[in-house]
Design a protein around this ligand. Sequence first.
Ligand code: FES
Ligand SMILES: [Fe+2]
Length: 432
Amino acid sequence: MSDDPIVKKPESGFWHDAYPELGRGPISLEDSVCPEFYEKEKEHVFRKNWLCVGRVEQVPKKGSYFTRELAILDTSVLVVRGKDDVIRAFHNVCPHRGNKLVWQDDPFKEMEGNAPLLYCRFHGWRFNLDGSLIKPSRADLLLDFDGSKCSVPAIQCDTWGGFVFINMDPDNKQTVRDFLGEFADGLEGYDFDGPHQVYKFKAELQCNWKIFMDGFAESYHGPYLHANSFGALTEVAKMDAANPYTDALAYQLSGPHRMFSFYGEPSKETPFSRPIEKLTESSPAGPWNKKPSDKPLPKGLNPTRSDKYGFDSFQFFPNFVLIFSSSGFTTHLHWPTGPHSHIIEVDMYFKPPTTHKERISQELTVSFLNDIVLEDASPLEGMQAMLNSRALTHFHANDEEILVRHLHKVVQDTVEEGEKEKNKNIIAKQGG
Ligand code: FES
Ligand SMILES: [Fe+2]
């Protein structure tokens, strides 16, 4: 990796000067409170873009499958590895009379497993792993029926970096790689391959999905909201002054996607290390001196080439956050369940530990990160309730909150353009 920075702060000292198209004024908060906006967001943001739904390791063998219950798409998605090793996605529905195809005990619970074929328990119809019909039961009773036209409805599916993505838009022509654009170029060569030791947690919060994403798009809140976790750093850096620990090293925007690169002592002993960290040789950034891979960092990580670099956080549009730290990577997926609620899924990926001590080091990092995410979540439900009061109409965002501005602008612009396009088509149909 070259030592030349690929991102520099503008000479004015303001990141906004690098992205004048974003504007600088207050941001409408209508996109986070209005139920009608949510319906449009569903249609134009979530049903037309690539969405990450899991990892290839979840479908390790031919016949492996998992399901996702996605309220924002009004469907259950079935992801299956076929006999030809191709990973496909389907609506989890039987085309005979619409029974949910894969479920057990609770039809709304996600599941995973392995099967040689897809079998519907209602009337026993059988389907190949590519969705095509093998055989309806009692075929002798079927009238005017063409089995070649009766398959499990497919959803576009593609992979990048071992992540499985789906796209609900049947007219989409873009690969997921092209969609992820230059950020994916910069991550080329990162060692995403499993097996991994994965730590997961999931929670439903009574707040709009963007409000949580916003908290992971800036570190300006660090000394205040995370005073408990990062007390020592807060003391060192005065509460109300430029803060080398919380001012980002870099912000970058790329189409609808955004990232920031953040300060952090590399994962090693520091003057702030607590006794438990010394004992387990671990910290929030990961087990000490453990790299996720022996491969060199790809060019898009640590874009300022700082020796104070801690981690990089990418927000791929719309709801996929991918964070790289010195010992592995973490994903956040935000799945709206309504205008004022969403499910957050946090998955942390490490190399499998080879000793008990390594495992304990990872557990310490995970428990730190859980605490930090809980601190991030702590203001959000009260905040949503107050946004819903409509006492305010706008947010304010400073220069360290440029990514917050970007997320809301991209979502609002996407909805506006989607509505324009839809109305144009309606008028064209009426005219024709
Ligand atoms: S609904 Fe599936 S076989 Fe009838
Ligand atoms: Fe935070």
